[in-house]
Ligand binder design. Structure first.
Ligand code: NAD
Length: 356
């Protein structure tokens, strides 16, 4: 019996439409030999929509994302599109994450063959960890609510017991499905915080250690975020799964991206218990938009994560294998600054040609 999955597609701003075209080309190619199909429902949302309508996303589009089995989203935003409070108005995380209760932002950081790491002597597979970023609270819960006068600005970090425990549980569950850290093959979840300074982080750590008792087969460790930043550069093979507060996860996962060929190598899933949406971790890169220079691997691997969520992980793995082959054979080449040698469309074609 062939499944048909409903998927909302939000191409986004800047490089978003180019990357979405690449990912959809790969999805269309894999469906030819798979026993499922995708019903793609295209909607516009983001900075351009905000500029035209005063809202980043319409009620109809949000309802479509809620009703769909998954949403595939390109990066959005433009630094010049700002709301009355001065923050950027065209980004969607503050809308979609709470609306879908997508509380875990799962960000795999993996060095593929043929990609030169910014770190010396790193070979394919020697960096392979996942950042699980809490997605609905933490410091970003203050979005739109900060208190500002002429002399003072105040943003508040929020941690709830339920929020901390469920994201920790997601990290341990994910860890059980992996093969452990590259260096010692131990299944390990690292809680990253600043429990030495802020009570909210101590609360996060305590909740993490409570959940860890449910997973005695997985090693649980706690590190401070500043030390973790250094270790992600000096000793990345130690890490398997890391779980952390929203703002810390935003920053440290981009650091990870810098070690595996740039942000254009970084997919992600925003995953709740009942709904999810999938997007690259990077932004709309206005500096290279429309130039056929953006690396589409982030969005192609994002599409593979979406298939995993839909229960089609065999096909998700086919896509990852094709990416592996295209990079390993030099059919997709990435410069040290993260730009592509041969162009976005050519990279997508190279992946499509290698789908087994
Ligand atoms: P960015 O991630 O867009 O770009 C940072 C750097 O990485 C740029 O030099 C860019 O060219 C490069 N880069 C990003 N993706 C790339 C790719 N696929 N291939 C090659 N190079 C790539 O960050 P920014 O410039 O700080 O932000 C631009 C806009 O994106 C802002 O409006 C920001 O708010 C928004 N943003 C959106 C999301 C999202 O939609 N999830 C995430 C982060 C930032």
């Amino acid at each position: 019996m062939s499944h048909r999955y409903s998927v909302v597609v939000l191409p986004g701003d800047g490089i978003g439409p180019e990357l979405t075209a690449a990912a959809v080309a790969v999805l269309e190619a894999v469906q030819k030999t798979a026993d499922f199909s995708l019903a793609l429902d295209w909607h516009m949302a983001g900075a351009a929509v905000y500029r035209d309508t005063g809202r980043a996303m319409s009620d109809d589009t949000l309802a479509a994302c809620r009703a769909a089995q998954a949403t595939l989203k390109g990066p959005v935003g433009h630094p010049d599109v700002r709301g009355p409070d001065g923050t950027e108005a065209g980004v969607l995380g503050g809308i979609l994450r709470p609306a879908l209760d997508a509380y875990a932002n799962v960000r795999p950081i993996r060095l593929y063959p043929g990609v030169t790491s910014a770190l010396a002597n790193r070979t394919a597979g020697s960096i392979d960890y996942v950042v699980v970023r809490e997605n609905t609270e933490g410091l970003y819960a203050s979005r739109g609510r900060g208190f500002v006068t002429a002399d003072v600005a105040l943003d508040t970090m929020v941690m709830t017991r339920q929020g901390c425990e469920r994201v920790a549980r997601r990290a341990f569950t994910l860890c059980r499905m992996r093969d452990g850290a590259p260096d010692d093959r131990r299944r390990r979840v690292t809680c990253v915080d600043k429990a030495n300074v802020l009570r909210g982080f101590a609360f996060f750590r305590e909740a993490f250690l409570g959940v860890a008792k449910e997973f005695p087969d997985v090693e649980a460790e706690c590190l401070y975020a500043d030390a973790t930043a250094a270790r992600l550069v000096q000793d990345p093979g130690h890490f398997d799964v890391l779980v952390m507060e929203n703002f810390l996860g935003d920053i440290l996962s981009d650091l990870g991206g810098g070690t595996i060929g740039g942000l254009g190598m970084c997919p992600s899933g925003n995953i709740g218990d009942r709904a999810a949406y999938f997007e690259p971790i990077h932004g709309s890169a206005p500096d290279i938009a429309g130039k056929d220079r953006a690396n589409p691997i982030s969005m192609i691997l994002t599409a593979a994560m979406m298939l995993d969520w839909l229960g089609e992980s065999a096909t998700g793995s086919r896509i990852r294998a094709a990416v592996h082959a295209a990079l390993g054979e030099g059919a997709v080449r990435i410069r040290p600054d993260g730009a592509l040698v041969d162009g976005t469309r050519a990279a997508a074609r190279a992946v499509v040609e290698r789908l087994g």
